[in-house]
Design a protein around this ligand. Structure first.
Ligand code: A2P
Length: 284
């Protein structure tokens, strides 16, 4: 039977635990430190942060305080949009490594792409940033490299302008917002999709259909959301700062959604969408 430490294999052979612990909107200091430590104590082996979350120091501290060895944790961080290009990328990665208190990352992501709207030379900018990612990868500073919030247009552009293909695309994904075109493209091209806000930032948890499907299995709406991502081959990154919810969100290995339930969740109207779209990505 699968469990929290079961893994998905990225295109370069690196193994990523099938559920990650998300830390977006988790305040730095004790809250981030204690909740990351709790998540690891509860069995999570995959932690996701970003420089813009401003909690990297506390996330790193939480990992150390957990007592679990660094090489047993899959750690991701992301480069914000105010950093573009080759040299700035290398410098930003060094800052994140220092903040996290580690000498390597398991995964480093471009947080948002440069896009045509507002940035005419977006293709060259993304390619130049990616060259920095490739360098970090070749130097062994990061075990895998990827992107976040890239749509097919930006992924195709990167493919034309790079040597190493991204191994991951982390996008908003939950019942009520599935970005099917992007997921299909990634799955056809060997990119592992990760789901940020797999609970729709908590907004999907009060949806009647999601709740009803959960009840049919004796499970919560959050369980349905986490399972939904996993059954789509997507790695969910649920976030909570509460120990009981952190524990509960991982109790998803004792049931499965039926094909009919997956189909009805697939056809939900837009629900819980964050409003953040790559076409309007922050220019930095
Ligand atoms: P909190 O951190 O106070 O628990 P997402 O992962 O989709 O971004 O959703 C995160 C939001 O959902 C946060 O507001 C979080 O609040 C809330 N949340 C996480 N897990 C649960 C849960 N099991 N039940 C209710 N709310 C939850």
């Amino acid at each position: 039977m699968e469990k929290l430490s079961s893994t998905r294999t990225l295109a370069n052979g690196v193994k990523m635990p099938c559920i990650g612990y998300g830390t977006w909107q988790t305040p730095s200091g004790d809250v981030a430190c204690d909740s990351v430590k709790a998540a690891i104590e509860l069995g999570y082996r995959h932690v996701d942060t970003a420089s813009i979350y401003e909690n990297e120091e506390s996330v790193g501290e939480g990992i150390r305080l957990s007592g679990v060895r660094r090489d047993e944790i899959f750690l991701t961080t992301k480069q914000w949009t105010n950093v573009r290009g080759y040299e700035p990328t290398i410098a930003a990665a060094e800052r994140s490594l220092k903040a996290l208190g580690t000498d390597y990352l398991d995964l480093y992501l471009i947080h948002w792409p440069a896009v045509a709207k507002g940035t005419p030379d977006w293709e060259a900018i993304n390619a130049e940033t990616w060259r920095g990612f490739e360098k970090l990868y070749r130097d062994g500073k990061v075990r895998a490299i990827g992107v976040s919030n890239f749509l097919v247009e930006q992924l195709e552009s990167l493919k034309r302008n790079s040597d190493v293909a991204p191994m991951v695309d982390q996008i908003e994904f939950h019942p009520g917002y599935v970005q099917k075109e992007t997921v299909d493209y990634c799955q056809a091209n060997g990119l592992q999709v990760e789901a940020w806000s797999p609970l729709g930032c908590g907004r999907v948890l009060s949806d009647a259909l999601v709740t009803e499907i959960g009840a049919a299995h004796g499970k919560s709406a959050a369980h349905v959301c986490v399972r939904y991502a996993m059954q789509h081959g997507v790695v969910p990154l649920p976030k909570s700062v509460h120990r009981d919810r952190i524990a509960s969100n991982a109790q998803v290995f004792d049931f499965a959604l039926t094909d009919a339930e997956m189909a009805s969740l697939d056809s939900m109207p837009v629900t819980g969408y964050s409003g953040y779209h790559p076409a309007d990505a922050p220019a930095g």
